[in-house]
Design a protein around this ligand. Structure first.
Ligand SMILES: Nc1nc2c(ncn2[C@@H]2O[C@H](COP(=O)(O)OP(=O)(O)OP(=O)(O)O)[C@@H](O)[C@H]2O)c(=O)[nH]1
Ligand SMILES: [Mg+2]
Length: 193
């Protein structure tokens, strides 16, 4: 597919018509600050679409973006595992993310689990991957921020990451240099939508 237009619809913090209105969805989950919103902007060729931030915890709602006037929704989720928000907010965000993945009654065409390639798959990511498996959700791993590694460092990290992906494809990418975003686009929108 080709993304011709992308517009913000709304952010939700729970049950809402937009979540279950039947329009196909592609969702992005991952630890706080790994670059979920940045990856969405890269894939849509629209730097200002999803709000990004230097500080973790930028996205606090489940944000719905309409692609090609409701052909598809891109769904930007808040990040999990951010230690610095208060325990109540942390628990609330975790509940919201888990609700979308497990209980909202949606089966996105694919859920993109974004990780920081240098950090690898953390226990929070493994928890998420286990949940995705348990719920029968289709997912791929986007190993973002590959620009922070040398070529050798990247190859070494991918060797560690792949076995932890539990069978899902792992696509290295970086939004700062746009490397790998074409491959990610291909995997997400051409193979899974
Ligand atoms: N070096 C590097 N930095 C990146 C890359 N992608 C995003 N960033 C930076 O990482 C920070 C977080 O980016 P966001 O896109 O807001 O991350 P997020 O996962 O949506 O964060 P939350 O909404 O807080 O969960 C920003 O400062 C981005 O500029 C990348 O490929 N390489
Ligand atoms: Mg975000």
């Amino acid at each position: 597919m080709e993304i011709k237009s992308a517009t913000f619809i709304k952010g939700v913090r729970g049950t809402d018509d937009v979540v279950t209105d039947g329009i196909p969805q592609v969702a992005f989950v991952g630890r706080s600050n790994v670059g979920k919103s940045s990856v969405i902007n890269s894939l849509c060729n629209n730097g200002g679409l999803a709000k990004t931030g230097k500080k973790p915890g930028k996205t606090t709602e489940i944000n719905f973006f309409s692609i090609n006037k409701d052909e598809l929704y891109i769904v930007d989720l808040p990040g999990y595992g951010y230690a610095k928000v208060g325990p109540k907010e942390k628990e609330m965000l975790k509940k919201l993310i888990y609700w979308y993945v497990a209980d909202a009654g949606v089966k996105p065409r694919v859920i993109v689990v974004v990780i920081d390639t240098k950090v690898g798959i953390t226990r929070y990511d493994t928890e998420m991957i286990d949940l995705l498996k348990e719920c029968g959700q289709n997912y791929v791993i986007a190993a973002n921020k590959s620009d922070k590694l040398t070529q050798k460092g990247l190859a070494d990290q991918l060797k560690i990451i792949k076995p932890l992906a539990q069978g899902a494809p792992v696509i290295p990418c970086t939004t700062t240099k746009q490397n790998g975003t074409k491959q990610l686009f291909e995997k997400v929108f051409n193979e899974n939508v």
